[in-house]
Design a protein. Structure first.
Length: 231
């Protein structure tokens, strides 16, 4: 991997392999430290091949010690083609020996408000048990949209202004528009945020985000780090 002048950016010609290796290394460190690896998955097209690569190295992690969350979800049933959960299940979760109870699915088939509230309560219960203010991901994977959004934090939407709630409904510009998303208080509680970017056309958006523009540019972990892996 090659580090840019900006140390937050690493460029690679082996994108899927290097992304999977970062996940594995971070997971091993978290398990050695706390006995648990809390991994937040991203949706969209780019992560699918990363998850497939990770599943090909399934023996690299003790999956019974991995806890999976989703940074956002479309408000659709889990078997729907638009479901982030379905994509993750097909490319990763069904291919590794992870206990079903370790996968925290957003219930997109429920009403958006109920789904968001239930998910926030689930994560907050874990945080309370561990003595945390907010659920702290060891690694949170995020993507970058053409409009600079990340998770389902779209420009000029109410979720951007949320400072108390951790998971909220939001509306996106593309169908299906209704989404459930992490908010900044939860995202910025992560120990490590890894943006996955494999689209040369988004280079100007990346540069703007690095300057603090767009919703993606507002991701600033309070006690963690951000890395943009660019393929």
């Amino acid at each position: 991997m090659q580090t840019d002048v900006d140390p937050r950016v690493q460029r690679t010609t082996q994108f899927n392999l290097d992304a999977a290796q970062l996940i594995i290394e971070t997971g091993r460190e978290a398990i050695a430290r706390n006995g648990l690896f809390r991994l937040g998955l991203a949706g969209g097209n780019t992560p699918r091949a990363v998850y497939e690569q990770l599943s090909a190295q399934s023996d690299a992690l003790p999956w019974e010690r991995v806890q999976i969350t989703f940074g956002d979800e479309r408000c659709v049933p889990p078997e729907d083609a638009n479901s982030n959960y379905r994509m993750a299940k097909e490319s990763l979760l069904s291919r590794v020996p992870i206990p079903e109870g370790n996968v925290f699915r957003v219930k997109g088939e429920l009403s958006p408000e109920v789904a968001a509230s239930e998910y926030e309560a689930k994560l907050s219960a874990v945080a309370t048990r561990l003595g945390e203010k907010h659920y702290a991901h060891d690694l949170l994977l995020l993507g970058l949209g053409e409009d600079g959004h990340t998770a389902s934090l779209f420009p000029d939407t109410p979720a951007l202004e949320e400072t108390v709630r951790l998971v909220v409904p939001n509306i996106g510009p593309k169908p299906p528009p209704q989404r459930i998303t992490f908010t900044y208080p939860l995202i910025n509680a992560a120990r490590f945020v890894l943006f996955l970017l494999k689209d040369p056309a988004k280079e100007p958006i990346l540069q703007a985000a690095l300057q603090g523009q767009f919703p993606s540019g507002k991701v600033r972990p309070e006690a963690g780090k951000v890395l943009w892996l660019v393929g």
